[in-house]
Design a protein around this ligand. Structure first.
Ligand SMILES: Cc1cc2nc3c(=O)[nH]c(=O)nc-3n(C[C@H](O)[C@H](O)[C@H](O)COP(=O)(O)O)c2cc1C
Length: 305
């Protein structure tokens, strides 16, 4: 069965629609002991910043009955370290490598994009629009159609011919309006959703479970929210959508494609089961057969009312 997924013709073509989600798969190398990372549709790497970033106070991870609550704070060694020491080790000729860009100023997004776009080993750039915008009192870029569009437009300008993926969080008034604004600003693809802010507490200790008090909820709890966003956005824009949120099985992949996704990204499932993403890739053809899906392009977006 043909599993290929075209996100941007000639520029971002995947051998299958399954990628790793930002922040949950390291650079990809960390997961090589668990499977062949070149068999993935793409690798969206850990979040990168212009300069090294210490990240959030510990503890950074709390399990809840329905998903994972985390606050990593984009801990990373900075873009120069990634370009010099990590990218050369990645099998970029065999699998698209897509860094995830994080910044608190539009100018920093632009500089990051310029550095990464100059690298032949980079297939595309993903802009994390749920970063705080320090020019707007820490309001997140995608809370506002104007700031979301500004960030995307700056990255697009600096990215040259590299495709730009705009990643949206669902914590905004109208995700469809923001999706339309980033499409108009030049985004080639939209990915959604990022984590949803939550809080987990320990009553005995009267403390929050995370050092940063609040954190991002991911996993099975957010899947219905992600499916709703993908469905709404894919009806509102003409660019492809990558579905992210709570994907653990090949059946979940089909659910996202049914509501309109061109591809998906597997996130926190890789923490509880580092082989999950490889198994999903392996099992997708059989699961397609089980559900009578012989052509993914024809199946995509075929949800009945
Ligand atoms: C520990 C952790 C770190 C993350 N870091 C990033 C990040 O740096 N940039 C980003 O855009 N999304 C980040 N995400 C969000 C994921 O890429 C994904 O959108 C979200 O977790 C929902 O997918 P899931 O339910 O499959 O985990 C992170 C998620 C987790 C759990």
């Amino acid at each position: 069965m043909d599993l290929r997924a075209t996100l941007v013709p000639g520029l971002l073509e995947l051998k299958n629609p399954i990628m790793s989600a930002a922040g949950t798969f390291g650079s990809g190398l960390e997961y090589s002991p668990y499977g062949d990372i070149t068999q993935l549709g793409g690798i969206i790497t850990n979040g990168l910043t212009l300069r090294p970033c210490m990240g959030s106070p510990m503890p950074r991870v709390a399990e809840t009955p329905s998903g994972l609550l985390t606050s990593i704070g984009t801990q990373n060694d900075g873009v120069e370290h990634f370009v010099r020491h990590v990218l050369p080790q990645l099998p970029w000729q065999d699998v698209p490598i897509i860094p995830n860009l994080n910044a608190n100023f539009v100018e920093d997004f632009s500089e990051l994009a310029g550095i990464l776009a100059a690298e032949p080993g980079i297939a595309a750039l993903e802009v994390n629009l749920s970063c705080r915008n320090d020019n707007r009192s820490g309001q997140r870029f995608n809370q506002n159609t104007v700031t979301a569009a500004r960030a995307v437009s700056a990255v697009k300008k600096a990215a040259g011919s590299k495709p730009v993926i705009a990643k949206l969080s669902p914590q905004i008034m109208d995700i469809v309006e923001v999706a339309r604004s980033v499409e108009a600003a030049g985004a080639d693809v939209i990915s959604c959703i990022g984590t949803v802010q939550g809080l987990a507490v320990d009553v005995r200790e009267r403390r929050a479970m995370l050092g940063s008090i609040t954190g991002g909820l991911s996993g099975p709890a957010v899947k219905p929210l992600a499916l709703r966003c993908v469905w709404q956005i894919s009806h509102a824009v003409d660019i492809p959508v990558i579905g992210v949120g709570g994907i653990r099985t090949a059946q979940d992949v089909l659910e996202f494609m049914l509501v309109g996704a061109h591809a998906v990204a597997v996130g926190s499932a890789s923490f509880s089961d580092p082989e999950a993403i490889f198994r999903i890739v392996r099992e997708l053809p059989a699961v397609c057969e089980e559900y009578g899906v012989s052509d993914l392009d024809a199946f995509r977006g075929s949800l009945q009312g």
